[in-house]
Design a protein around this ligand. Structure first.
Ligand code: FUB
Length: 576
């Protein structure tokens, strides 16, 4: 019965793959990841996941590490590798399931489930770790005041949230509708305050998650198998309730199985839903139960604050930003791939490895600007006979715009930078890096970049924003200048903003004093360029503005064209 069920599903998925052509699904196809938790920090979303590649294929969730992926555009994802492994980083723990992470005062706190038994916390000064347990014991156990009494509670699946007043909360629990728990965290984020609060959620199974929007607190969770393993939600006017059941965030995803786990997050003004299913494993012909993968969809809040149930797509979300090829691009950043693997790099971060002839990575929406390219640089290491990287635009079978030869460097972590001339390229393209070589695993790639032909230009201008008092505003600019050369300086109504020296400008909790004209100056060796000015209007009861309109249209070559717009959200009238 179970086998025939999977056979039907397998056939359906293959039919789907044939239909979707070049779909962007899932987020990371070179790994198996599950239980995603999102943290947005400085214009990127960091998604922390259970590392399903730790588990035996034929059974048991034996994950002992957590992996982090991040993206600023939701199409190209950077693999940061394992950010914690136990028991090394927490010697009392045997497992790392279903994490959650948050930043406070420049430190990052990662909460994880030690299977269903208890919850630990680990700390780092970087969102990508390494994270280490500061306590030497779990943070929350069944003995934590307020967790019991409970009927067979799973003390797991933490979600962490900091409210506007600075109070932090941990949500957790599983296996029964009376088993949701909320406990306050102290300001140190590694100790709890008082007793856990008991919350009842209809058909609650696991995967609690909290997001707040316009003063409404959304507690989402996975329902029990008998209720369809959906992501349902409740709302409240405070982070601790009382909660009222409000409906469905997302049905059981296609190509999934016996659990569902999701998180909601806001990036560049729009909302998203990141979840797991078993698409990659089914596609690869693997037993899928313990080999999950993550995917992202847009999340829409209706005018009354309720959530529009997720529409599952096979092409993911509209790209929200372009990739700048003139700043160093980590090789472990890509949208799609075939045959590659990642590993820790002796120079820091990760590098691409296990390359075989025919392997490739695809970078989505690479903006070469108007000025054209002159050279390609790559940081490579090769213990073997070397090989080559060829560069292709829009399709991996198009004529190469350049090819760089890689010679042996003396070791697979002995790095050197090589260059090759490229045909001048401008405009926005998908970029394929295709690998070939003279032996197996012929070289490793740490990073790459293009050199522009002329002085930098602004690729994306900051846009006008209308924001209600107390809301967050975010301006963003992109130039084709290389990261190493360029310096940013934001200016508000002619006044230099101290410390505003990044491509993003975040203004938390805006007041009317923030209103006015914003521009950024970008300087490099070639001179200074000035962006257009964008206006920030601070007004209570901002009229409803378009959020996340995307139009999908099939193209002749099998790809899908998705022009999209992301504007600021509406805010109901109210006092300042
Ligand atoms: O990954 C192990 C468990 O599966 C998680 O803790 C649950 O949420 C379910 O996804």
């Amino acid at each position: 019965m179970f086998r025939s069920h999977w056979l039907v599903l397998h056939c359906l998925v293959w039919a789907l793959i044939a239909l979707i052509g070049r779909a962007d699904y899932p987020v990371a196809s070179h790994r198996h990841l599950a239980d995603p938790a999102a943290m947005v920090h400085e214009g990127r979303v960091y998604v922390y996941c259970s590392n399903d590649d730790d588990s035996p294929l034929d059974g048991g969730y034996d994950m002992k590490s957590l992996v982090c992926m991040s993206s600023s555009d939701l199409k190209n994802w950077t693999d940061h590798g394992e950010v914690i492994r136990v028991p090394g980083a927490a010697n009392w723990a045997t497992h790392t399931w279903a994490p959650a992470a948050i930043e406070r005062d420049g430190m990052f706190y990662l909460y994880f489930a030690n299977n269903g038994s208890n919850i630990g916390v680990a700390v780092s000064d970087s969102p990508t770790g390494p994270f280490v347990d500061p306590l030497g014991r779990p943070l929350v156990t069944a003995q934590t005041p307020g967790v019991l009494p409970a009927d067979s509670i799973w003390v797991f699946d933490p979600a962490v949230f900091i409210d506007d007043d600075g109070q932090a909360y941990l949500y957790f629990g599983g296996n029964g509708e009376d088993n949701v728990r909320i406990i306050r965290l102290n300001e140190d984020m590694v100790s709890v305050q008082g007793e856990a609060i008991k919350v009842t959620a209809p058909a609650f199974f696991e995967a609690a998650w909290m997001h707040e929007r316009d003063g409404t607190y959304y507690l989402s969770y996975s329902t029990q198998p008998s209720a369809g393993i959906r992501i349902d939600y409740m709302t409240a006017a405070t982070p601790t309730g009382p909660f009222t059941y409000a409906g469905i965030v997302a049905a059981q995803p296609p190509a999934n199985n016996n659990n569902n786990h999701a998180a909601e997050f806001q990036l560049h003004g729009a909302w998203y839903h990141v979840y797991h299913n078993r698409f990659s494993a089914i596609e690869a012909g693997l037993a899928p139960t313990y080999r999950r993968n993550i995917a992202v969809e847009e999340l829409t809040h209706r005018a009354d604050g309720s959530i529009e149930p997720i529409t599952y797509t096979r092409d993911g979300v509209v790209q929200v930003g372009r990739l700048n090829p003139y700043r160093r691009v980590e090789a472990e950043t890509f949208g799609q791939q075939s045959g590659v693997a990642v590993e820790r790099c002796a120079e820091g971060g990760m590098n691409l490895t296990e390359l075989d002839t025919g392997d490739w990575v695809r970078l989505r929406g690479v903006d070469f600007g108007a000025g054209g390219t002159i050279e390609f640089q790559a940081r490579v290491a090769s213990a073997a006979a070397g090989g080559e990287i060829s560069l292709h635009l829009d399709d991996r079978t198009t004529a190469a715009i350049g090819t760089v030869e890689v010679a042996a460097t003396g070791g697979d972590q002995t790095w050197t930078t090589i260059t090759a001339p490229v045909a001048s390229t401008s405009g926005v393209h998908d970029l394929y890096l295709r690998f070939s070589g003279h032996s197996e695993a012929f070289f490793n790639l740490n990073w790459w970049r293009f050199t522009p032909r002329q002085a930098p230009v602004v690729l994306s201008q900051p846009r006008d924003l209308q924001v209600a008092p107390g809301q967050r505003a975010e301006f963003w600019v992109q130039s084709d200048a290389s990261a190493a050369d360029v310096t940013f300086q934001w200016i508000h109504d002619g006044v230099v903003l101290e410390g505003a020296t990044a491509a993003f400008l975040h203004l938390d909790a805006v007041t009317r004093n923030h209103a006015g004209m914003y521009r950024v100056e970008m300087s490099n060796e070639a001179g200074v360029i000035r962006s257009d000015s964008a206006e920030l209007t601070v007004v209570a009861g901002v009229a409803g503005k378009l959020v996340n309109l995307a139009v999908r249209a099939p193209l002749d070559n099998g790809a899908t064209l998705i022009p999209g717009f992301v504007l600021s959200e509406s805010t109901p009238p109210g006092p300042e």
